[in-house]
Design a protein around this ligand. Sequence first.
Ligand code: HEC
Ligand code: HEC
Ligand code: HEC
Ligand code: HEC
Length: 347
Amino acid sequence: MGMGLESNMKEIRYNTRFLVQLSIFLIVLLTACGFALAYTQYSVSKDATNCRACHGDFRSSPYISLKDGQSWGDDLHDVHRNNMLTGECDTCHASGRFPVFLDSSNGGFTLDPISCIGCHGRAADATSGTSGTGVGLRQHHYRAGQTVCLSCHADSDPAAVTPVSEATLPPYYRTGDPNYPDMPSDPCNPNLTEEQYAASTLGLDNDGDNVYDMLDTDCSGVAATPGESSALALQPLLVTAFDSAGGTMTLSYESGCSSTDHNLEWGALGAVGTYGYNAQTADECGIGIGGTYVWSYPATPTDIFFLIVGNDGSAEGSLGLDSSAGERPENTGGICDFTQSLGDRCD
Ligand code: HEC
Ligand code: HEC
Ligand code: HEC
Ligand code: HEC
């Protein structure tokens, strides 16, 4: 394990001497990823191509659902942004309003910059970066007789890959985020409200097996517990600013699925091998649901390691894997610690 990032991008050890180089390295890495993601879009040039060939103009009202023929009473654009996203635009849009990419955007207030796949994909299906996350959506098309995706995505054929279960949360799904009170929250849609907005009595068939919501046996008896934050490097844990005079560093990270809050865990760098966590102070507790956090880091010791862990108010998720692929131990001595629960983890 060298200085910097572990393979799952979860743990950053910092040391003031190396921080500048580390930040430059991460910015280069992130820029490289950004270019690789910016591929497909809703339409090629606001015409009847790509998704728009079948689903039509996103802003044409009323939209008639292709899955059940029911009218949404409004257009795809309004129902998505007003009924789910509180009128916010950057969840789907990048700079400029066109094109709209399927897996890259500016990102909403506390949402990763991953556009449609934030709700129409699952991070656990990713094969690299965002690739693979939309396999459930593609297999739904395939099973409905729309085999068009197969010409470019081999995973569209259910015989090729089995997507993770219907109950697995898409990255944006959440409750308790004041920025997004109307966000879809449960792919099992138990009350027909958690994933359903327009006329249909169906939410989404997230895993593409053509069985919806609670009818899918994947949904029986599942109560998801938090997953790992910044697990897939869609938004790795980064130090984006560092103010040694003020004693603060600005962190950027991705929420763990099913998490409603996060805590920081830290310890002396020399104790990283044994995960010798220090006791938390209030500044490490309840740092929010994602995005960024300005941390008044401890003055001593000067060399530390730290991690971010998600919780749902009663259970804590994974701290990621150690170098021998075992779960990192939790910090049982912190002032804001929750008992870790990994049995029904959402990722
Ligand atoms: C060849 C026509 C066609 C194209 C192209 C197409 N779709 Fe679809 N799509 C359909 C049909 C038909 C359905 C309804 C299938 C059913 O449930 O019977 C559907 C269903 C969906 C659903 C609902 C899935 C669910 O779980 O109920 C979403 C979301 C969707 N499409 C998004 C997209 C996106 C994003 C693209 C572009 C990447 C796209 N579609 C391209 C025909 C198409
Ligand atoms: C759920 C995702 C989503 C959200 C949220 C969203 N949009 Fe869009 N928007 C789209 C899609 C998809 C298109 C159609 C792109 C295409 O046809 O290729 C579009 C098209 C547009 C266009 C037309 C662009 C052009 O050049 O033709 C405008 C303008 C626009 N959106 C403005 C907004 C504004 C303003 C907001 C926030 C108040 C917003 N959008 C929120 C997905 C979204
Ligand atoms: C905030 C979560 C969210 C985001 C982001 C999102 N969607 Fe959706 N989308 C949904 C949900 C939930 C439904 C089903 C709503 C319902 O049935 O009432 C849906 C339905 C649809 C449908 C209708 C399928 C049908 O015919 O019934 C299409 C098409 C679609 N989305 C395309 C997109 C595209 C393209 C993007 C990105 C530009 C996008 N969505 C982003 C949550 C989202
Ligand atoms: C003409 C080739 C082509 C077709 C057809 C195509 N895609 Fe893609 N799609 C791509 C490429 C290239 C990427 C970017 C590379 C990647 O992520 O695999 C991509 C990425 C995506 C992504 C984001 C990343 C991921 O892997 O999920 C989604 C979602 C997606 N496509 C959905 C669909 C759906 C749904 C269909 C069929 C309705 C479809 N695509 C048909 C070429 C295509």
